[in-house]
Design a protein around this ligand. Structure first.
Ligand SMILES: Nc1nc2c(c(=O)[nH]1)N[C@H]1C(S)=C(S)[C@@H](COP(=O)(O)O)O[C@H]1N2
Ligand SMILES: [Mo]
Length: 431
């Protein structure tokens, strides 16, 4: 593994860019007839123990320390082709051309950690507590969730609110995600709604508060790396899951094993990993990364680089309409007659239309667009390009959702670089 070491734009943490390609047997292109198959990666069942045990002392390593031979590679066991953005905490995104599948393979699902994941958690003794403003506090093992509630499997999109941060100018601090902090895996679990119904949500409850087993980077056990929440109305929607499986096998250790929330269409920071407790509160949750500039945007348009008072910031709810070109790859070569394809999604809405331009937006052709395979999944689209002559082209894709929201060419700046849903452009050489 090779790293280009560059400075984080905030000048504080170092960012290590590199591509992890173990070159294992599963590393095959996803294009072609297989892309719509539901990949169940049975061969990876053993990696959980390995990933947890491989670097047992990582909690004691100072922030910014990178040991390429140990930490990152071992924690990326079971991942393939991801671009590492930061090693501590571990953050890695997926190049768009590796997101071609309808169902994102586990090995391609991005990782966004705010702290230090638990070492080797035991799924048999793992317990979720539901407390706060409920009629009865519940204490449930994963086995209890399976036994007492209907188990459902759904393809659900989660996208980090900071996806696209790399393209803000002036730059904003945080992981410099480009396009790949998004995935649509097949999640199996129980509906949060059913569990909350059993607990009996008190009428004064307005917000959930999520707590997990990961540790703060400082090593201080009294500090939390992240604790976000949801308005109760959202928490009790059909598609919000307490998930214990991803693509048919237990969750990957870096994607929240053994239990996590999955909240499709909302900032993925609400999809709490290594979940141990959900508290019902009579106020908007004020946990770590709920306040200040975290996962919040200005309530009015601001100039690039402008300072914004915390009181003027509002919590991000649904994610905006967006599309991704997954074929061809950026810098790729295409035939004059060539397929372009990808996915599109929009927070709590459906996508109504995807259009493609090869002339810098002067004209657009409609792509064919599939419905989501279930509510909360992204939608596949494809279009046939007929280019007039060989040469260099940019392919642009833009989606419009069911409420008429359309992807912009450029996006208003905000202090933390959230919600960049500007049109995806890839450049190609036609031959
Ligand atoms: N416990 C816990 N849950 C968490 C996080 C975290 O750091 N700790 N990161 C959140 C953020 S910011 C994102 S974008 C998603 C990423 O999910 P993934 O790593 O499975 O892709 O997890 C969310 N859940
Ligand atoms: Mo995130």
């Amino acid at each position: 593994m090779a790293f280009d070491e560059t400075k984080d734009t905030g000048g504080k943490t170092k960012i290590f860019k590199g591509t992890f390609r173990p070159g294992e047997a599963g590393d095959r292109p996803n294009a072609g007839p297989h892309r719509r198959s539901f990949l169940v990666q049975a061969g990876m069942a053993g990696f959980g123990a390995l990933a947890g045990a491989a670097f047992p002392f990582h909690r004691n390593v100072p922030t910014g320390f990178v040991s390429p031979a140990s930490a990152s590679e071992n924690r990326l066991v079971g991942k393939n082709g991801l671009t590492l953005l930061n090693d501590r905490p571990l953050n890695a995104e997926t190049p768009p051309e590796l997101l071609d599948d309808t169902i994102t393979p586990i090995e391609r699902h991005f990782i966004r950690n705010n702290g230090l994941p638990p070492d080797n958690p035991d799924p048999h003794t793992w317990t979720l507590t539901i407390d706060g403003l409920v009629e009865q506090t519940l204490s449930l093992r994963i086995e209890d969730l399976r036994d007492q509630f209907e188990v459902v499997t759904r393809a659900l999109v989660i996208e980090c609110a900071g996806n696209g941060r790399r393209f803000f100018n002036p730059p904003t601090r945080g992981n410099q995600w480009s396009y790949g902090a998004v995935g649509c895996s097949l999640w199996t679990g129980v509906r949060l709604k059913d569990v909350l119904d059993k607990a009996g949500v008190h009428r004064d409850a307005v917000y959930t508060a999520h707590y997990g087993a990961d540790g703060h980077l400082s090593g201080d056990p009294s500090r939390s790396p992240i604790s976000r929440g949801l308005p109760v109305w959202k928490a009790i929607t059909e598609t919000v899951l307490l998930a214990f499986q991803m693509n048919g096998i237990p969750l990957h250790p870096m994607n929240g094993a053994p239990l996590r929330l999955v909240v499709p269409g909302w900032p993925a920071s609400t999809s709490h990993k290594w979940l141990t407790r959900i508290e019902l509160r009579d106020q908007v949750h004020d946990g770590t990364k709920m306040t200040g500039k975290s996962y919040r945007v200005p309530s009015y348009p601001v100039a690039p680089g402008e300072k914004v008072a915390d009181e003027e910031m509002v919590i991000i709810e649904r994610m905006p309409v967006k599309s991704l070109i997954t074929f061809p790859a950026d810098n790729g070569e295409v035939e004059l007659s060539s397929e372009v394809r990808g996915h599109a999604w929009s927070g709590d809405r459906d996508v109504a239309k995807v259009e493609i331009s090869t002339d810098y937006g002067a004209s657009w052709i409609a792509a064919s667009l599939e419905p989501p395979i279930n509510p909360g999944a992204w939608q596949n689209w494809r279009a046939q390009l007929e280019l007039a002559q060989a040469g260099y082209y940019e392919i642009w894709a833009r989606a419009t959702d069911s409420a008429g929201d359309i992807q912009p060419f450029d996006i208003g700046w905000n202090p933390k670089g959230y919600l960049n849903n500007s049109v995806h452009r890839v450049n190609v050489h036609a031959k």
